[in-house]
Design a protein around this ligand. Structure first.
Ligand code: MG
Ligand code: ZN
Length: 372
């Protein structure tokens, strides 16, 4: 009789094509993406998104995403995270101490998803509207106790065979206090290095570094223009040459700075700019069908409240309640194969776990040689 029941269930599972999942992190029934594009809107809370949506008269590309969730953003050391710990949660899957990059709370170096991806034959890229050495992009490639050691952080960019880097921060490579010429070192490693181009219509051999400014790029309305959407489109076309797949992180860095300044125009123009880059990524993902696009934030900045608005005229009445980061959950939007995994409420570190699993990368924190 018992054998009969087992046979029945075995036949039942075979017939419906279902194998019971051994655990939460093994979605055996999920179609996995070849590529992942992760957008981080620094400081982008729900109110920022809705303010931009209203100012834009009821349209944002990111709202096309069929799956949404919320992440809890506290760091290992603080209820309110900074961008170093916030980005390390995404890059390493570890709750880290504020102001650190790519190390866990015990100062153990964590291998980042970008490093795992490179080791497994995927192409990788980082794009930001800040210096590329600033906390959010740097946490994907550097391992440091302090996010402020910019020249030391820049040297870490030589340790990983990242394929595409586009952002500010050229002075941390070219005009360093220690006199080292990291531009020459990048070129010796086979990179094409482009300094301060007037257009982002780049096409390159496989590995390319584009420094868009000596330090940070200007804000969108102060001369940066469409750098982010154009760089996004170009990076995708370069990285997509690798049939194994790619991992690309794109940061809307200055949404946070608008929040700190309590400047709603700054917040909105930076958010719409990042959303235009999201539009480029979603167009690609829709066309190719093998790319997961995730849009999230490391924390909220400014305690923004939308008190009133008009979707027809695009006017809003807002109030900032803080000049710092706040502790509220921030949203996650997802589109493409594996997007359903991002529904629900979870820790920011789970974004790493889900991405690693979906890219079939080994998910473990391995001790590396500690950086100086
Ligand atoms: Mg940032
Ligand atoms: Zn900030």
């Amino acid at each position: 009789m018992k054998a009969g029941i087992h046979t029945f269930f075995a036949l039942f599972f075979i017939l419906i094509g279902y194998i019971p999942s051994p655990g939460y992190c093994s979605p055996t029934d999920t179609v996995k993406p070849r590529n992942i594009i992760l957008f981080i809107g620094d400081g982008m809370g729900v109110a920022h998104i809705y303010a931009a949506y209203t100012k834009n008269k009821g349209f944002l590309h990111m709202m096309k995403c069929p799956y949404t969730g919320f992440i809890k953003t506290h760091s290992a050391s603080h209820y309110i995270t900074d961008s170093g710990a916030g980005s390390t949660a995404f890059s390493c899957g570890k709750k880290a101490n504020n102001y650190t990059l790519g190390i866990d709370k015990d100062s153990i170096t964590c291998k980042t998803i970008l490093e795992y991806a490179e080791e497994n034959g995927l192409s990788t890229g980082l794009i930001s509207t800040s210096a590329i050495t600033h906390a959010t992009p740097a946490a994907f490639i550097a391992h440091h106790e302090s996010r402020l050691q910019y020249e030391s952080i820049a040297a870490d960019f030589l340790n990983t065979d990242v394929d595409v880097l586009i952002g500010g921060g050229g002075q941390h490579f070219a005009n360093r206090a220690d006199g080292a010429d990291l531009i020459a070192q990048l070129q010796n490693k086979g990179y094409e290095v482009i300094l301060y181009p007037s257009s982002y219509d780049i096409d390159s051999s496989e590995k390319v570094v584009v420094f868009t400014a000596p330090l940070h790029n200007p804000r969108f309305s102060d001369g940066r223009g469409n750098m982010l959407p154009e760089a996004t489109e170009k990076a995708i076309s370069i990285l997509n040459r690798n049939e194994t797949g790619f991992f690309l992180m794109i940061e809307g860095s200055q949404i946070d700075w608008g929040g700190h300044n309590n400047d709603i125009e700054y917040v909105v123009e930076e958010l719409i700019d990042m959303d235009n880059a999201v539009g480029k990524a979603l167009d690609f993902a829709e066309k190719e069908g093998n790319t997961l696009v995730i849009i999230t934030a490391d924390h909220e900045t400014g305690g923004l409240v939308v008190k009133d608005g008009n979707m027809t005229t695009g006017t809003i009445d807002i109030e900032f309640t803080s000049v710092n980061h706040t502790g509220v959950m921030v949203p996650v939007f997802a589109f493409g194969p594996g997007a359903a995994e991002f529904s629900g409420v979870y820790e920011n570190t789970a974004v790493f776990d889900k991405m690693m699993n979906l890219l079939n990368l080994t998910n473990s924190c391995v001790s590396l040689t500690q950086s100086e």
